[in-house]
Design a protein around this ligand. Structure first.
Ligand SMILES: Cc1cc2nc3c(=O)[nH]c(=O)nc-3n(C[C@H](O)[C@H](O)[C@H](O)COP(=O)(O)OP(=O)(O)OC[C@H]3O[C@@H](n4cnc5c(N)ncnc54)[C@H](O)[C@@H]3O)c2cc1C
Length: 324
């Protein structure tokens, strides 16, 4: 591992005034649970890291008239323990609790969770120069691809590893980004980008932009939500397939429903086709199987990961039925 220096800014302005063209020289750090692993494994070798924790006022969970605001430096543990998140946004509470270990939840932040880099073993191997690291091929496409993407991937088969992201997208969260241009607020769903847009990145952030805050709209009367994560090991593990479902139930049907999958595509994957098929109809196992089947017609499994189609159907059905 190469030596690096640590910068301790006191304001966001100091961070956003860093020169974006010198992106290989610096990295932003929040809890460091992902970033320091990348540095130790020499996937990246910055000259200095910019510790966002030294900037005051970026860690909070505040209710206001429109919903709840969450500062990017809020830890995952604080999110999991917050009573408002637990009662009004169960999917987010469950996603936070399903994430990693207590130690990692104490250190890891919400912003860092959304901006973490992929877990693809070829990307994480310092000896493999894959497309994401500036090489010319995706080794997963014809290699070992049991945990890789079956949806949305064409040139790079990473899956988005975040547990919080599918829950937040199903809850219609927005994200505020501090930028040298102008601070902007966009839907979290538009924050993530496919490899086809820029294979080196997973989101729209420039190196000197900071994810500052998340906002989730007020939960509607009768709104329910859940997050269901299938992982291979009983101890900590990333999602093989996960589903975040939010909806308003009326009788045996959903008046509205949002479904976002994790672990299956390079970005959290909204299942719009399934949502449209389920909305307004009496929910039965047959309907859910049909909805998953239609939505998965665009899936393109690789050699080792065809099982994910069946798993999506099961995880999706269980998550939806748990809200009835
Ligand atoms: C053993 C292990 C198990 C894990 N298990 C899970 C799991 O089950 N589910 C899961 O979702 N994750 C998991 N993680 C991934 C990750 O460590 C955590 O999700 C954590 O929340 C990341 O937050 P952090 O603050 O430590 O991020 P950091 O490591 O500080 O940063 C991660 C990345 O985000 C960027 N970044 C951080 N904050 C900001 C910001 N505010 N604005 C712009 N860029 C920013 C950094 O530059 C860096 O590239 C695991 C990690 C480990 C090591």
């Amino acid at each position: 591992m190469k030596d690096f220096k640590i910068a301790e800014p006191q304001t966001l302005e100091q961070v956003i005034s860093l020169p974006a063209e010198e992106k290989d020289k610096f990295c932003l750090m929040a809890g460091g649970t992902d970033l320091l692993g990348e540095i130790k494994d020499e996937i990246i070798s910055p000259e200095f890291i910019v510790d966002l924790k030294t900037i005051p006022g970026l860690s909070y969970i505040q209710k206001d008239k429109d919903g709840v605001k969450i500062g990017a430096l809020t830890t995952v543990a604080e999110l999991a323990e917050n009573p408002l998140i637990k009662t009004d946004y169960p999917a987010l509470h469950q996603a936070a609790l399903a994430l990693a270990t207590p130690q990692l939840r104490n250190m890891g932040t919400v912003g860092g969770n959304l901006c973490q880099r992929p877990r693809c073993w070829y990307y994480r191997d310092p000896n493999m120069k894959c497309r994401k690291k500036g090489g010319s091929q995706c080794f997963a496409s014809n290699g070992r691809n049991k945990y890789h993407a079956i949806l949305g991937a064409r040139i790079c088969y990473i899956v988005h590893p975040s547990d919080l992201a599918p829950a937040l997208i199903s809850l219609d969260a927005e994200v505020t980004i501090s930028s040298p241009k102008k601070e902007k607020t966009i839907s979290l769903a538009d924050f993530f980008t496919l490899p086809q847009v820029n294979v080196r990145k997973e989101n729209i952030l420039e190196p000197n932009e900071v994810l500052r805050e998340l906002r989730i709209p007020q939960a509607k009367n009768g709104e329910k939500s859940t997050y269901l994560k299938f992982k291979e090991r009983g101890t900590w593990d990333f999602a093989v397939v996960s589903a975040a479902v939010k909806g308003t139930v009326s009788g045996r049907a959903f008046k509205d429903i949002r479904i976002t999958l994790g672990g299956v595509a390079p970005i959290p994957w909204r299942l719009k086709i399934a949502e449209d098929l389920i909305k307004g109809k009496k929910v039965t196992e047959n309907l859910l199987r049909q909805a998953a089947g239609e939505a998965l017609k665009e899936a393109r499994p690789l050699k080792d990961n065809g099982y994910k189609k069946e798993l999506i159907e099961v995880v999706l059905s269980r998550a939806v039925l748990s809200l009835m």
